[in-house]
Design a protein around this ligand. Structure first.
Ligand code: EPU
Length: 337
């Protein structure tokens, strides 16, 4: 572990933003992580995994710690389940592929999500009818005050939609070190969301006979058709969360905008932010070096030379126009630094 000065973060954020960190260290173990923290103890810290949920608007005046702590191990097995522990610097999609190839089920719908294991519980990643909390068993996190490892149960994590205790009450207090998942050996696939079933049918795979590999392949195909590859076009996936509004507000909007979409949940009605942004005319629109993606309005992209402030300004303009047209407040999903 070496602390380096004045390092470009361009390779470490999927938006491809060229900001610099005052100090930077890549860590491969708990010991290296502790050493990096101790050597930079008076500095603010930013932990980066895959850098896929991050909008860097300025140079970072502190120490960036790049998490490269890897390893995957089986903790326990029963006839029904395998409990598998992965260290937080592991790449999420490679972990999903590892599990699918070993016939361990439960995360196949989360194929091709960018980022690392450590980010998964942080924001309870979800896609195609599945969220990480459904397979979450436990996690180890390093307390940044004491540098001791603490265990968190599912209840301790207080998962919500793209939320956890680590983004709220305990924000900035922990570094996620490892996550243990409870995966199935006898699978119950979930193909109700979006186009998964249609893709399986196109491939002449009867839905009742689909394997977890088939589901994973279908999800990969859908994601590749809609979401830009960050290696080609910088982006951070969905830039905003899908807002939940009250039933009353939804009913009132429905009268004025009959084609509005809404999905009832325990708190009201979830409205797709992509739809709102598209209706406000932003989909596929380019503003300078940034814009809203042509296939998925919820994704903001960097056409190559954008700086973080341009993307931020676009996000604020989108928030304002959705607020003016629909009276709905969009909240960013990405971490804005
Ligand atoms: N829609 C539009 N216009 C658009 C995009 C979407 O009208 O430009 C409408 C669609 O027609 C559809 C609805 O919005 O009726 C939902 O669209 P989609 O299935 O593409 O999903 P999403 O709600 O936009 C969420 C997640 C994605 C995840 C997909 C699939 C959030 C913030 N985003 O997007 O997660 O992959 O569902 O499950 O919840 C991410 O978090 O980075 C991410 C990509």
């Amino acid at each position: 572990m070496v602390l380096q000065n004045n390092i470009s973060l361009k390779p470490y954020n999927t938006f491809g933003l060229a900001v610099k960190a005052k100090q930077f260290a890549e860590v491969h173990s708990f010991a290296e992580f502790k050493q990096a923290l101790i050597e930079s103890e008076n500095e603010p810290h930013l932990f980066i995994g895959g850098g896929s949920n991050l909008l860097l608007t300025k140079d970072y005046d502190g120490t960036v710690i790049l998490n490269k702590i890897t390893g995957i191990q089986i903790e326990k097995e029963t006839d029904e389940h395998v409990y598998i522990k992965a260290y937080s610097g592991e790449n999420w999609h490679e972990f999903v592929m590892h599990c699918v190839d070993h016939h361990w089920g439960g995360i196949e719908n989360l194929s091709l999500i960018p980022g690392t294991i450590g980010a998964a519980p942080m924001q309870n990643i979800g896609a195609y009818g599945m969220e990480i909390e459904q397979v979450f068993e436990t996690l180890e996190a390093i307390n940044l005050e004491t540098l001791a490892i603490e265990n968190f149960s599912k209840a301790d994590c207080e998962f919500g939609y793209r939320e956890s205790v680590f983004k709220r009450k305990k924000k900035g207090q922990y570094f996620i070190y490892s996550v243990t998942f409870r995966l199935t050996k006898k699978h119950k696939i979930n193909i109700d969301y979006g186009d998964i079933k249609a893709i399986l049918e196109q491939q002449n795979i009867a839905p009742e006979l689909a394997s977890i590999k088939d589901v994973s392949n279908a999800v990969i195909a859908i994601r590749q058709s809609k979401l830009p590859d960050p290696k080609v076009l910088g982006n951070s996936g969905s830039f905003f969360k899908n807002p939940t509004i009250s039933i009353e507000q939804f009913e009132a909007l429905k009268i004025k905008f009959p084609s509005i979409k809404g999905y009832p949940n325990s708190e009201g009605v979830k409205v797709p932010a992509g739809w709102l942004i598209e209706q406000c005319g932003w989909k596929g629109k380019r503003v300078g070096n940034t814009g809203s993606h042509a296939q998925q309005a919820l994704v903001l992209v960097n056409y190559g030379e954008a700086n973080g402030n341009e993307v931020y300004q676009l996000a604020m303009d989108i928030i304002e126009s959705v607020q003016q047209t629909y009276g709905i407040n969009l909240e960013p999903e990405v971490n804005i630094i």
